[in-house]
Design a protein around this ligand. Sequence first.
Ligand SMILES: [Zn+2]
Length: 246
Amino acid sequence: MKADHFEQQKLLALADEDVALTQLAHRKRTLPEVAAVEAAAGSERAFAEAEVRAGTEVRDLDREQKRLEADVDTVRTRASRDQSRIDSGAATAKEITSLQSELQSLARRQSDLEDQVLELMERRETADAALAAAQSGRASAAADRERAEQLRDDALADIADSTGRHQATRDEVAAGLSEPLLSLYDRIRKQTGTTGAAMLKARQCQGCRIELNGRELAAVRNADPHEVVRCENCGRILVRTAESGL
Ligand SMILES: [Zn+2]
């Protein structure tokens, strides 16, 4: 293929834009801010789960404490009724003996229940602390996530802005190229994944960084300036300039 030597130079500007666009796309895919958002969101979820668990524990202990307190009330009521019966003087000696025995047993039961309430209150304290820790952890993780989201959005906006500018420049350069040369360039660009042309600089293809051997160099040197020559190694269009070392 032949293309005006000056037109071929424009491929270098096109390649520069494609390199920039490729780097921007890579940056977008590997943005550390995205990973930071995911990490903060993961931590937020873990704290939220811990909060649910601690909340359930607190409610269970509350219910258990109410039940124990109701039991204590029942025991107290019963003991006070027994005591009133004794104090009334209306009970027989045999009944009094039986009531006193029951009062002893009720006192043991009450003491046992009160011990259980105390133990429960200790567990409740631990559960309350766990709930508070989970709540503050979740709030702080949520704040971290929001900050990370802001940073990510800023970075993405920055990338979108740069991409727009490079794309506009690329479109402008591409508009100045003939269709066959542009479509050859684009075909090669799809193969390499980056650019379709590279400068031949100091006998080295700047696309694949491989130096041309004597035969390849002679072929390029002898080629018409308007002939489109390609790197035998990477396939890119080799753009010859004063720095090519020919
Ligand atoms: Zn090459």
